[in-house]
Design a protein around this ligand. Structure first.
Ligand code: BDR
Ligand code: CA
Length: 314
């Protein structure tokens, strides 16, 4: 199966994304690396270890990475949505980790896993892009081992952290710009516009809860998260942002993508963290124009919504 590394800041939706990959037979999960984001790095790291223990996958190495953005201090965490511990205050309901984080840290673990893999590896980046920016800057040779980077981030029609910025990009715009614009590495961007359309309702969550120990433990993490999304979604349900990106990483093509030029606003004004995706029709690229240049990103624009939900549940 496809080889995969997940870079993450768990996070309730990250928890779903990690479980999806950890339990999927279609993918070989080589490692999990953690980054600051929804909560602090020690908390995201501990949550990742606990989630892998829940899935019976303590064999998967975890590397702790950046505890702050590249250039500016972190502006805000997402504790209002994900709880003080990142998992709705319920992380202690998960099993205690049976191993510790890898000594080498996230960037070295990423480099080592990539360089020793015998085929190209997909990276699913579902938190701020700091670790990935550092990897590309410090291990230029790693690039040739990356099949593609599937990123949950950005918004074509506005953000969730600010009117224009989505949380993962907002958390480290300079890192996002390095990865999405400056480096010549194939990226798929899975923006809010699509992840919100993929939200699941309480009937879906009830099916997950009934599906076994992992499903019921994951569902137990969601009540506060569901409550925090009530106004956004207009119904009781869950935005499983990061799981949508990991679904694409596991099953390439489950999301329909289109190539567009992109820029990231790294100014310190009100536009900071915006993903400027150039969708002007006159500039649309043709497949026949060959490989897309750096600064072009494959943006996930659509999917079979029920098919995607069924895939994640399954
Ligand atoms: C993204 O921000 C985080 O809060 C979620 O885990 C997801 O990665 C959604 O904007
Ligand atoms: Ca996340």
């Amino acid at each position: 199966g496809q080889k995969l590394i997940i870079d993450t800041d768990p996070g309730v939706d990250d928890a779903f994304a990690i479980a999806l990959a950890a339990l999927s037979e279609d993918v070989e999960l080589l490692g999990v690396t953690t980054v600051f984001g929804n909560v602090s790095l020690p908390d995201t790291t501990r949550n990742a270890l606990r989630l892998l223990a829940l899935c019976g996958r303590s064999d998967v190495p975890v590397g702790a990475g950046a505890d702050r953005p590249l250039v500016h201090p972190q502006r805000s965490r997402a504790t209002r949505i994900h709880g003080a511990d990142g998992l709705s205050g319920r992380s202690s309901m998960l099993p205690e980790p049976t191993r510790e984080a890898h000594r080498a840290g996230a960037v070295n673990l990423l480099a080592e896993l990539l360089e020793t893999a015998d085929e190209p590896v997909t990276i699913a980046a579902i938190g701020p892009l700091t670790n990935i920016a550092l990897l590309l800057a410090t291990h230029p040779g790693a690039r040739e081992h990356i099949d593609r980077i599937v990123i949950m981030g950005g918004g074509l029609n506005g953000g969730n952290s600010t009117p224009v910025a989505e949380f993962n990009i907002w958390s480290d715009p300079e890192a996002a710009r390095r990865v999405l614009v400056a480096e010549d590495v194939p990226c798929v961007l899975v923006p809010l516009d699509l992840t919100l359309r993929c939200a699941v309702d309480s009937a879906w969550l009830a099916k997950l809860a009934a599906a076994g120990a992992v499903g019921s433990a994951l569902t137990a993490l969601t009540p506060d998260y569901v409550a925090s999304y009530r106004k956004v979604l207009g119904f009781d349900g869950m935005a499983m942002h990061d799981a949508v990106a990991v679904a694409e990483a596991i099953r390439p093509g489950i999301l329909r993508t289109e190539p567009f030029p992109i820029e990231i606003d790294c100014t310190s004004g009100p536009g900071r963290g915006a993903t400027l995706v150039d969708r002007r029709p006159g500039l649309a690229r043709d497949e026949a124009e060959g490989p897309v240049p750096a600064g072009t990103v494959h943006v996930a624009v659509d999917t079979d919504l029920d098919g995607l939900r069924a895939f994640v549940l399954d």
